[in-house]
Design a protein. Structure first.
Length: 121
């Protein structure tokens, strides 16, 4: 086994959650093309990490703290920008996120994507 494969296996031992990737796909409904949510991958091992906290303060607002989250997955998993992500942790709790930009990094052992929690008011 090469060093890269060994390192990938060791990194994947840290994955503690399961991911479902949901993308918008074209679907014809009564002759009309619509975009609908479709699960393109499920039960993908992953890990979410808090990269850093950003404190934001302005004179008109209360102080608030924003966390930068990163999703780690196998390097052969592709997540398109704008995809919805449902992550189920070891406690069985499912939280919805979305991919928010270019990948943070792509390595032999893993890929890292910036994500944010999808919150509806």
């Amino acid at each position: 086994m090469c060093m890269c494969e060994w390192a990938k296996e060791e990194f994947e031992k840290l994955y503690d959650s399961k991911l479902s990737i949901i993308e918008k796909v074209e679907k014809k409904v009564n002759g009309i093309t619509k975009f609908v949510d479709s699960v393109v991958a499920s039960d993908v091992p992953c890990r979410i990490s808090t990269k850093s906290a950003i404190n934001q303060v302005s004179q008109s607002e209360n102080a608030k703290q924003t966390f930068v989250l990163a999703l780690y997955v196998s390097p052969n998993i592709v997540i398109k920008a704008g995809s919805k992500l449902e992550v189920t942790n070891v406690h069985g709790e499912t939280v919805e996120y979305r991919r928010t930009g270019e990948g943070i990094g792509s390595y032999n052992t893993h890929k890292a994507y910036p994500i944010e929690r999808a919150v509806t008011a």
